[in-house]
Design a protein around this ligand. Structure first.
Ligand SMILES: C[S@@+](CC[C@H](N)C(=O)[O-])C[C@H]1O[C@@H](n2cnc3c(N)ncnc32)[C@H](O)[C@@H]1O
Ligand code: SF4
Length: 316
């Protein structure tokens, strides 16, 4: 059994440890920190919302909701990413770029990945792959992208296009194959992960997704949908959705939205879980702020109803 001392030691060297693919130990560590008054002294992940807008309207996602109609797409400024990267050397393991929205909409996405790589931090993009042209693929590989996580919610065009409204299955297959070929030709170290949100529409195709895309993916992940507190229709979308009273997001990652505000959850689509602003104080100060710790305490004691963002969330 690991002790607080072991966890402190590994948290302190968090920025230099290699990322494991199925990092069970890391999950145990994060759950451990959820039970303690102080947050870990290193953070596993900072996630930037590279683009607050999307080219699709997936059934599981808040972009399909009415409140999104007509909203302007906002883009992350690479300068803000550069500032946070400069502050974060040595205490952040991974930087992601898909806290809701489609990151490839941001034309400077490769520049931001380049800043992260140059600082020796791992990088991750989650994408619907519709805009993953050969030119952009090359730029992302050259920028040193560590993980490309592609969302595939069906093994057939019919299922995929039913869930991923506005997407083309053919384009997904072409773009992904081209990325995989280019990665192998260039010898880039980028890992390709396929992510599936399990719903009644596709639960019968999960094994086929693995079969059909096994030759071009390094890892598969599948999960039930979250409601993020606002999509109550998803509660019965998945038969196994469950309500939980604690969530390790608060010790695992901090999310930064396009105007520099930081929120406790990558799925905080309406920005109600804001705990600070990295344009005003450093990312580390926000991570250790009193409000952040107070909210961690509510997760620790199972009182998530005290946090407006978390009170109605169903985490699958
Ligand atoms: C919100 S998307 C943003 C990145 C990109 N646009 C994409 O679709 O991959 C990040 C991931 O969340 C997944 N997702 C969508 N709706 C979800 C939900 N209700 N609960 C959990 N994950 C969800 C997507 O399938 C995707 O893999
Ligand atoms: S899941 Fe991703 S691709 Fe689909 S609507 Fe949401 S942000 Fe866009």
């Amino acid at each position: 059994m690991r002790t607080a001392r072991d966890y402190t030691r590994s948290a302190l060297k968090g920025a230099t440890r290699p990322l494991g693919w199925v990092d069970r130990e890391r999950k145990g560590e994060l759950d451990f920190w959820l039970d303690h008054a102080l947050p870990p002294s290193s953070i596993y992940q900072i996630t930037f919302r590279a683009a607050d807008g999307c080219n699709l309207r997936c059934k599981t996602c808040h972009f399909s909701m009415d409140y999104r109609k007509g909203q302007k797409t906002l883009l992350m400024d690479p300068e803000l990413v550069r500032e946070v990267v400069d502050q974060s050397r040595g205490w952040v393991s991974l930087m992601g770029f898909s806290a809701s929205g489609e990151p490839l909409i941001n034309p400077q996405i490769d520049k931001m990945i380049g800043y992260v790589s140059a600082a020796g931090i791992k990088s991750k993009i989650g994408t619907n792959a519709m805009l993953l042209t050969p030119d952009l693929s090359r730029r992302l590989l050259e920028a040193g992208l560590s993980i490309l996580k592609v969302s595939i919610d069906g093994a057939t065009a019919e299922t995929f296009e039913t869930v991923r409204v506005g997407a083309s299955f053919e384009k997904l297959c072409d773009n992904l194959e081209a990325f995989w070929r280019l990665r192998n030709e260039t010898g880039a170290k980028t890992k390709i992960v396929v992510n599936t949100v399990i719903t009644k529409d596709n639960e019968h195709e999960i094994e086929d997704i693995k079969k059909n895309f096994g030759h071009i993916a390094d890892k598969f992940a599948a999960k039930y949908p979250s409601t993020f507190g606002i999509m109550s229709s998803l509660c019965d979308y998945s038969p196994s959705a469950m309500t939980q009273k604690r969530c390790n997001q608060l010790v695992k990652r901090m999310t930064i939205i396009t105007d520099g505000r930081a929120t406790i959850c990558c799925g905080d689509n309406q920005n109600v879980g804001v705990v600070g602003n990295v344009r005003e104080t450093s990312a580390l100060e926000v991570w250790r702020s009193a409000l952040y710790n107070e909210w961690r305490g509510y997760h620790r004691s199972g009182q998530t109803e005290k946090i407006p963002l978390c009170k109605d969330c169903v985490f699958g």
